[in-house]
Design a protein around this ligand. Structure first.
Ligand code: AMP
Length: 441
């Protein structure tokens, strides 16, 4: 199967060939013909599936090949709404590459950088806007952006926009756009009720495409857990990173402050490290990502939201310094390794108080996880892996729990009936995640 049969113009096919794309990915194969027909589309696809091209390519074809812009001042004809600045920048990069042989101007609108350059770009005239919701609203309020000519709207990573609390802003934007003849494409990894409600309210008889099963993880990723006392995590991380200091490693921490402290610690021990999180300026984030991509730094410490959707090719190792509070985020985190057939390793440092989080992840993954003590870092007490002993979730964190977690029965294991301790150094045990039949694909 090649791109030739999908109905894309030679100028687009040439750009794809220059990108080295031989064949469409499954989401592209399924979505492109539907979008070219003019259908609204609900697509279930995660980052890494090629979803950006799945909406960008037919969008370019429809707006800039089949119906070239009229003369006069350009005004935006397509709006791509996306949760984070990094994703916006990445989409912009892709749009530029795919539209290389077309006369199309795209610009990004996101917070954390000055308004004026964005206002200037809008005034000069653009065809495609790639925006995060908050800053787009700022521009709408100041009337520095004209969205009355939007013909195609893309909601990218809609579930994450909702998770980040952007629903009111999304609705405001949707209400500001023309309704008639607007095509709406919604991409999301998951389809909880609020997303379906949004689709019902704002979309016209959408076609549906579901790619990888929800929460599936790349088969080429090996998962490994190192039990360790919380106080010794930093040293264990240093030990692991020092084993191969040239290996590009993405480290996940739960908090911004924790990420900063880790960077300082690793820096002091001679590892070239940077952090990427919501408190960093846009310039600092862009620089850190670029330095990581070109190998200037080998360790990037990220929080979940900042890392969402970041595309880093062929990342061999992801380390979870902290487990995520929500099991689904584990899937998003390790989605960055083992892509495109490459082998990947996802290592989690798990302390006693994270046992319940680990159990949630195990259930979600339905995949073996090797538990392996590292010699010299064995925890003072074993992880308790069944029932609700073992400390469970740290009490201080008020992170929302998903409803399906709440329904999970907590076996009341009498104290003393813990799983066999596995304190012997390097003893390995495999888990098989329990079935989660209640989950919908
Ligand atoms: P995305 O899911 O949009 O973040 O894309 C993930 C990665 O796949 C990006 O690096 C794209 O450049 C790449 N990609 C997208 N489509 C294809 C394709 N058809 N063949 C090869 N690589 C692709």
């Amino acid at each position: 199967m090649s791109f030739d049969t999908l109905g894309l113009a030679p100028a687009i096919l040439r750009a794809l060939a220059e990108q080295g794309y031989d064949a469409p990915t499954p989401v592209q194969h399924a979505a492109i013909p539907l979008v070219l027909e003019g259908r609204d589309l609900l697509a279930g696809a995660q980052t890494g599936t090629g979803k950006t091209a799945a909406f960008t390519l037919p969008l370019l074809q429809r707006l800039f090949v089949d119906a070239a812009p009229a003369g006069g001042k350009r005004r935006p004809r397509a709006l791509i709404l996306t949760p984070t600045r990094e994703l916006a920048a990445q989409i912009h990069e892709n749009v530029r590459a795919y539209a290389k042989h077309l006369r199309v101007f795209a610009t990004t609108i996101f917070g954390g950088v000055g308004m004026q350059p964005q206002i200037d770009a809008l005034r000069r005239g653009v065809d495609i806007l790639i925006a995060t919701p908050g800053r787009l609203i700022d521009h709408l309020e100041r009337r520095t952006v004209d969205v009355s000519g939007i013909e195609i709207l893309v909601l990218d990573e809609a579930d994450r926009m909702l998770d980040m609390g952007f629903l009111p802003q999304m609705k405001r934007v949707l209400n500001a756009l023309p309704r008639q003849n607007r095509q709406t494409l919604l991409f999301s990894a998951t389809f909880a009720e609020p997303i379906k409600a949004l689709a019902r309210e704002f979309m016209r008889d959408p076609a549906e495409v579901q790619i990888a099963a929800r929460n599936s993880v790349v088969a080429t990723v090996t998962h490994r857990v190192h039990p360790v006392d919380a106080a010794r995590k930093r040293d264990l991380l240093l030990e692991l990173l020092s084993q191969d200091s040239r290996r590009q490693t993405l480290v996940f921490g739960r908090t911004k402050h924790g990420a900063d402290k880790l960077v300082k610690f690793l820096d002091q021990h001679g590892l070239r490290t940077a952090a990427i999180h919501g408190n960093k300026s846009q310039n600092a984030r862009t620089r850190a990502l670029a330095d990581f991509k070109n190998g200037k730094i080998t360790v990037l410490v990220a929080t979940d939201i900042a890392a969402r959707g970041i595309d880093i090719d062929q990342l061999p190792l992801v380390i979870n310094f902290d487990l995520p509070m929500v099991a689904e985020d584990y899937v998003h985190r390790i989605g960055r390794t083992g892509r495109a057939g490459a082998e990947g390793l996802a290592v989690s440092l798990v302390s006693h108080d994270e046992a319940r989080l680990l159990r949630d992840i195990r259930r979600l993954l339905k995949q073996d996880i090797a538990i392996e003590n590292v010699a010299g870092f064995e925890p003072s007490s074993p992880l308790r892996l069944d029932g609700n002993g073992g400390g469970g979730q740290p009490k201080s964190n008020g992170a929302p729990r998903k409803p399906n977690h709440a329904r999970r029965p907590h076996a009341q294991t009498p104290s003393g009936q813990h799983p066999k301790p596995h304190a012997a150094a390097n003893k390995q045990r495999n888990w098989r995640g329990g079935g989660r039949d209640a989950r919908k694909a």
